[in-house]
Write a new protein. Structure first.
Lengths: 201, 369
């Protein structure tokens, strides 16, 4: 238990440090890397809470895909650091307000639960051989199948919408027709001409 | 086991047994990690030699033959040369990210070995979500390449990084879908259980019922490791050396090590997922069953680490074979292959598999029950 507590405080400290780094770093690429570190640390915290499926999926989806695309965009844009610094002071009151609100909500939730049931704040360890991937899978496709499918359709809609917004037909665009290219035979492209050798002048 | 137990004098066992269980556990795990890491690094060293010999013979050359007998000392000569070279950090580069980028490619490549079963009992962490862990870590490896390209502050390096990022993101999806097929067939995310589901000989390997997935996974693996014919991230002829154009000495050696460690990893994973890992192809034959417990050659019939090693070597050879055979893909064709060919193939085959499992046809009979 002591070992776990030490790990928890270690991960939590790094998590908060990295989150502050996201906000305060001057270089946007550094900020993105701090965000990656933040995701890693929160996935570690989830692992400590025995939610291994969610922890690994957090790394897989956010670190492996979303943040790569983020980094991609941030590197391409030439972001003006000064204007970001000005934005920081301007949005600071709003940010602090939101943070306070979330903190109050969380504290309230924990306080409420500890009043209802004294043991609720501590996790009961799962029995040996319990797989939370299996547990999640067995309810996701049975009990919550509609919610799941609706979420999937919304995501698909977002993909299709993004593509239709950015795709435009430009005139004079050169596009390959792959099947046509594959079907090409030598006799369509070259003609071998037989002729007599010419005499040297 | 008893044979090994008798090698060590009794008082050593007494000391060992008096240690607290946590210390015993940590000692065993540390040794396991050391063995696997050193093994991987040695395999990487000799696979560079193997590659040069294979490509040399395919191109009608001899390959390295100067250092040591048959040129076997070549990898060590290369390592020593790289270690004593100067590491140059470009003046306008981002120093911290420039130095840390090679580490970020190497760490995931080595950390993935934690869940890979080398035989029936040798696995560092026998976790239930092993397959997800593998997917998560292989997707993290791209950061090193992107950051290296950006931190160098050079057009060529940046172009290489961009290409590599787009390519890896594209092929990862096909790879993930191919693994969904494995997961459906094995009914488990644990790599050990996936191998055990393929026990019973040659015909039970997942490569046969999942042949399209097998090909997609393997080709995506080649793309994911940035190897020829998908090596546009390096693209010597257009962008010099891509993301590692400014790296030298040890920093370059780390990139090199990471690339080969990733190749070894993808080869082993393909062997585990589709060719039955450590399982022997002769397992199903009843008349050979009596030989399974023979002391030194039992693995030939009963399965063991050497089979995994042989299968891995086969895939490593294929890597080099591809490199010696094919010209580099054009960038837009790589993207087309990834998005428009591989992803549809995997999705269709997942559907086919689902329907077969539902109607209890073929190898998945009894899976739904």
């Amino acid at each position: 238990m002591l070992f776990q507590a030490i790990l928890f405080y270690l991960f939590a400290t790094v998590l908060i440090g990295a989150a502050l780094g996201v906000v305060f770093s001057r270089n946007p690429v550094h900020a993105v890397m701090f965000l990656v570190l933040t995701f890693f640390q929160s996935s570690m915290l989830w692992l400590l809470a025995e939610a291994e499926f969610l922890a690994i999926v957090l790394v897989l989806v956010y670190v492996g895909a979303v943040m790569v695309l983020f980094l991609f965009v941030v590197m391409m844009l030439d972001i003006n650091v000064e204007s970001i610094q000005r934005g920081l002071t301007r949005y600071a009151p709003l940010g602090i307000g939101v943070a306070l609100l979330m903190a109050v909500e969380l504290i309230q939730l924990i306080w409420m639960r500890s009043r209802v049931d004294a043991g609720a704040t501590a996790f009961a360890p799962y029995p040996e051989g319990y797989s939370n991937t299996k547990a999640l899978g067995s309810v996701l496709y049975t009990e919550h199948v509609y919610a799941f499918e609706i979420a999937a359709v919304i995501l698909l809609l977002a993909i299709v919408a993004a593509i239709t917004l950015t795709m435009r037909k430009r005139p004079g665009l050169k596009v390959q027709n792959i099947s046509e290219q594959v079907a090409v035979r030598a006799k369509d492209r070259i003609r071998v001409v037989k002729m007599d050798a010419e005499k040297k002048q | 086991m008893e044979f090994f137990a008798n090698l060590v004098p009794a008082f050593v066992w007494d000391i060992w047994n008096s240690l607290p269980p946590l210390v015993q556990y940590l000692t065993i795990v540390t040794w396991k990690i050391l063995f696997v890491t050193i093994g991987v690094i040695l395999i990487v060293a000799f696979s560079t030699y193997f590659e040069r010999k294979v490509i040399g013979s395919m191109q009608g050359r001899i390959g390295p033959n100067r250092v040591g007998p048959l040129g076997l000392g070549q990898p060590f000569a290369d390592v020593i040369k790289l270690l004593i070279k100067e590491v140059i950090v470009p003046a306008k580069s981002n120093r911290f990210l420039f130095v840390i980028a090679p580490l970020l490619t190497l760490i995931p490549a080595l950390a993935t070995w934690a869940v890979i079963p080398l035989n029936d009992w040798y696995v560092i962490a026998d976790i239930n979500a092993g397959l997800l862990y593998v997917l998560a870590l292989t997707s993290v490896g791209v950061y090193g390449v992107i950051l290296a390209g950006w931190a160098t502050n050079s057009k060529y390096a940046f172009l290489g990084a961009m290409r590599s990022a787009a390519q890896i993101v594209a092929y990862e999806i096909a790879m993930g879908f191919a693994l969904v097929g494995i997961l459906m067939a094995a009914g488990s995310l644990n790599l050990g259980d996936i191998v055990r589901a393929q026990a019973g000989g040659f015909s039970n390997w997942f490569a046969w019922p999942l042949l399209p997935m097998f090909l997609v996974y393997w080709i995506s693996g080649v793309a994911e490791t940035n190897r020829a014919p998908f090596d546009v991230a390096e693209g010597e002829s257009e962008i010099v050396a891509g993301f590692h154009v400014e790296y030298s000495g040890v920093a370059f050696a780390l990139f090199f090590l990471a690339e080969y460690a990733n190749m070894v990893l993808i080869s082993s994973l393909t062997a585990i997922f589709f060719l039955g890992g450590w399982a022997s192809p002769l397992e199903g034959l009843a008349f050979l069953e009596q030989y399974h417990d023979l002391p030194f050659i039992g693995w030939v019939f009963g399965g063991g680490f050497p089979w995994l090693f042989i299968k891995m070597c086969f895939f490593m050879y294929t890597f080099f074979w591809l490199r010696a055979t094919f010209p580099r893909y054009r960038y837009d064709q790589i993207m087309r292959l990834g998005w428009k060919v591989f992803i549809p193939i995997t999705i269709i085959w997942i559907t086919v598999e689902g329907v077969m499992a539902w109607f209890e046809v073929g190898p998945w009979a009894g899976l739904t029950g």
